[in-house]
Design a protein around this ligand. Sequence first.
Ligand SMILES: *[C@@H]1O[C@H](CO)[C@@H](O)[C@H](O)[C@H]1NC(C)=O
Ligand SMILES: *[C@@H]1O[C@H](CO)[C@@H](O)[C@H](O)[C@H]1NC(C)=O
Ligand SMILES: *[C@@H]1O[C@H](CO)[C@@H](O)[C@H](O)[C@H]1NC(C)=O
Length: 437
Amino acid sequence: MSRLHASRPLLPLLFLCLLSSACRARASGPSPSAVALPLSKDDATQQYVAEFRQRTPLVPVKVVVGLSGATLWVDCEAGYASTTYRRVPCGSKPCRLLRSAACATSCDGAPSPSCVNDTCGGFPENAVTRVSTGGNVLTDALALPTTFPPPGPLAAAPAFLFTCGATFLTRGLAAGATGMASLSRARFALPTQLAAAFRFPRRKFALCLPSTSGAPGVAVFGDAPYTFQLGMVLPNTSLLYTPLLVNPVSTAGVSTRGDKSDEYFVGVTGIRVNGRAVSLNATLLAIDRKGMGGTKISAVAPYTVLESSIYKAVTDAFAAETAMIPRVAPVAPFTLCYDESKVGATRAGAAVPTIELVLGSEATSWVVFGANSMVEAKGGALCLGVVDGGQTPRTSVVIGGHMIEDNLLEFDLEASRLGFSSSLLFRQTTCSNFHLG
Ligand SMILES: *[C@@H]1O[C@H](CO)[C@@H](O)[C@H](O)[C@H]1NC(C)=O
Ligand SMILES: *[C@@H]1O[C@H](CO)[C@@H](O)[C@H](O)[C@H]1NC(C)=O
Ligand SMILES: *[C@@H]1O[C@H](CO)[C@@H](O)[C@H](O)[C@H]1NC(C)=O
């Protein structure tokens, strides 16, 4: 029952809020300057699972995090119980702002989150399986810790907008996850909606993914110093910044013509291995008029996915730079594997050539070290952790979870730029050591 303790002080606050409609949209009481969403790595699926509290009374809810999607969605069919859920009416302002929304007109059954009249309808998507469905758009109380690691005081948003998913839509998600939280740039995804609910001065969040299931990482919304245990502070001046690009064509499963993508693209203009430029088809690195090509960041792709010609060029270059390290048979889905016992170690993982993603002008590059490029596979193999995305993928380079673990990424939606730290291991810390509050 210890989990109920943290929620108890919130109940009077929520109750008062219900009496005042002005309070619905925003949290009452002192606004926190930042809130945390703890993220655990699931070993079986390599997904990152977030836990927060929702409903009245508040209950813990686990969802897989993604950097795409219009809203948070949760399974409303399996035991959703709450006294504070409300429908978002068809034609209301939030419904119009959702753009790709439909209208669920009537339901004859007993009222429940899945059965409401005249309600805005959204299209929740399982970003792992790419399956979408239709579902009611509702609001309900949602609470997040104001400290990391938890527990600590919670901050509650009394009317947080989300979409009802269905039980079948959770197939393919980590065990225990009943939906997905979108950290995309969309109006009702977590970053912008939390900024509105808690009146954060800037729409921005920091993402710090854990590399093991042993200890969680975190996403921090709002304004907080990047502090780690033992007092290590990562000043934002130590981050490198690159513009976040908008793909003009939606990458979602269901979209309206003219919708832009809500995902985060960056302007990779070249790739270097061990400091040497790899020869690539530059057309593939740019986003074309149809929204094809370019580079995006994904939290649901476990490994970086490269279009076939880029994949071949990068793996060939990497193989040439590592000719002296004994190779072993490939372990799928990888093709370039080494005898781990013959590879040296550094503070930031295996001693292998760096891979650099050159961003925009040559001046900024994201340097990837062994901890983020190499994957321990079975039988003592250590493999280059990139996979072949085929010849006509929608996006040419998808930077996957493994490549950004134990890196701090700052998504500043206001300035439309991405700040990145490179490996925190060089600073003798990890995402699990993040400290908020
Ligand atoms: C929806 O409206 C109809 C007609 O007014 C009513 O019979 C039904 O009970 C309502 N459904 C819900 C879930 O409130
Ligand atoms: C760093 O953060 C401070 C305080 O939030 C802000 O004023 C400054 O503009 C930031 N600098 C950069 C380079 O982002
Ligand atoms: C580069 O990629 C574009 C887009 O796929 C393709 O049309 C073009 O033929 C490629 N160029 C070369 C030299 O392979």
